[in-house]
Design a protein around this ligand. Structure first.
Ligand SMILES: [Mg+2]
Length: 395
């Protein structure tokens, strides 16, 4: 083992990338054609380099600015001291009241775990509790298109072995949303677990009405149908539908999750190292929900191979992961890690890497290619997320 007590971080470098999607991603309030993320490298005085990834939320430029602002607080620190580093970044960095700082902080924290794992010769799952599973299950994201196209795509996911199908709803046309769910049932088959996500688009009354219609086709989970800012309304909605309610936007950080639990506002909670502010905080979130008797799954802002594998490492250590987690594999055209067949899932499951650290290496040629794509796109109006009309709630 390396000299844990004396190792120091010597540099932090980051790359903004845009990786194309196979098809445009569309949700209640926006759409995008590329997945933008920040890939980080944390250098140490012992030659180890840790990889991290931060989702571009709310924009990749804001995340990069957060990371740049944290560089002076990180350099000179020992990467093993994750708790101390989190406090430095959140409190000394004065980011503790700002939710959008969490992906940047999480990217740096992820790179620390990659260094610790490499130094110890262990996959990070072994440093965060050890495995309760060797594989982690993910859903198949059926992109929002016409019902017939979505039925074909769900059929593709079923043939690839996925069991859970994710559908964005909350469009301006509730009848079309219902038709899309019916189409995914057709394509995915009678055993398909269909999860709908309205991204807070509906009013409570609208959500009750449209979810009851969708329930005729069988739903696995209803993800954040209404505003996450009103937990009593979520608790009421829970009482009015048969489908378990999944808290997402209402449950960013463990402090928000605690309120969801107190208000009995959800049946399942989405945890996420990006929004929880690191893998260690995500583990804390899973533990908090476990104590409340609630299952969890992992949310994703849209992830490439570094974040996917880091998330899988941690999910493999959480006994209360009872539902498929989020994956962008079905939408992504490529990745930035070596050997990156983006659909490298077996029956919807990802085998958790056993190599030291996160267990992935960057493909330098692809990293450069998608850095260049980001710089090209930045000059056009198609860069990043294109918002839809600001009507809220929509139903
Ligand atoms: Mg969601």
């Amino acid at each position: 083992m390396r000299t844990q007590a004396t190792m120091r971080i010597t540099d932090l470098q980051y790359h903004i990338v845009a990786v194309p999607l196979r098809e445009e991603e569309v949700w209640a309030f926006g759409r995008r054609s590329n997945l933008e993320a920040v890939i980080l490298e944390l250098m140490t005085d012992e030659g180890l380099v840790g990889l991290g990834e931060a989702g571009g939320y709310p924009t990749v430029e804001i995340v990069a600015a957060v990371i740049a602002s944290l560089k002076p607080l990180v350099i000179g620190e020992n990467p093993f001291n994750v708790e101390r580093l989190l406090k430095r970044m959140y409190i000394l960095g004065a980011w503790h009241h700002v939710k959008s700082s969490s992906p940047g902080i999480a990217g740096i924290e992820m790179a620390c775990w990659d260094i610790i794992g490499q130094a110890c010769g262990q996959p990070i799952a072994n440093l965060l509790g050890g495995r309760v599973a060797d594989e982690v299950e993910y859903f198949y994201y059926v992109g929002q298109r016409s019902p017939s196209e979505m039925a074909s795509d769900a059929d593709r996911g079923r043939r690839l072995g996925f069991r859970t199908f994710y559908v964005k709803v909350g469009s301006d046309d509730a009848k079309l949303d219902i038709a899309r769910v019916a189409a995914v049932r057709d394509g995915g088959g009678s055993e398909a677990r269909i999860r709908v996500d309205a991204n807070e688009a509906w009013s409570t009354g609208g959500a009750v009405s449209v979810l009851r219609e969708m329930e005729k086709f069988g739903l696995e989970l209803a993800e954040q149908p209404i505003s996450g800012s009103n937990l009593r309304e979520m608790a009421y909605l829970r009482s009015q539908i048969r489908t378990p309610l999944l808290a997402n936007e209402s449950a960013w950080t463990r402090y928000a999750q605690l309120e969801v639990i107190r208000e009995s506002a959800a049946d399942v909670i989405a945890i996420d190292n990006q929004m929880d502010g690191g893998l260690l905080n995500m583990k804390r979130s899973a533990g908090l929900c476990e104590a409340a008797g609630l299952p969890v799954l992992k949310h994703s802002l849209g992830e490439l191979g570094v974040a996917m594998c880091a998330g899988a490492q941690l999910l493999s250590t959480c006994p209360n992961v009872l539902y498929a987690s989020q994956s962008y594999a079905s939408l992504l055209a490529d990745d930035v890690v070596e050997g990156s067949d983006v659909l490298r899932y077996q029956n919807g499951k990802l085998v958790v890497p056993t190599d030291p650290g996160i267990g992935v290496q960057l493909d330098r040629e692809k990293l450069e290619r998608y850095e260049e794509l980001y710089l090209r796109l930045r000059k056009t109006i198609d860069n990043g997320i294109i918002p839809s009309q600001p009507k809220w709630p929509k139903l």
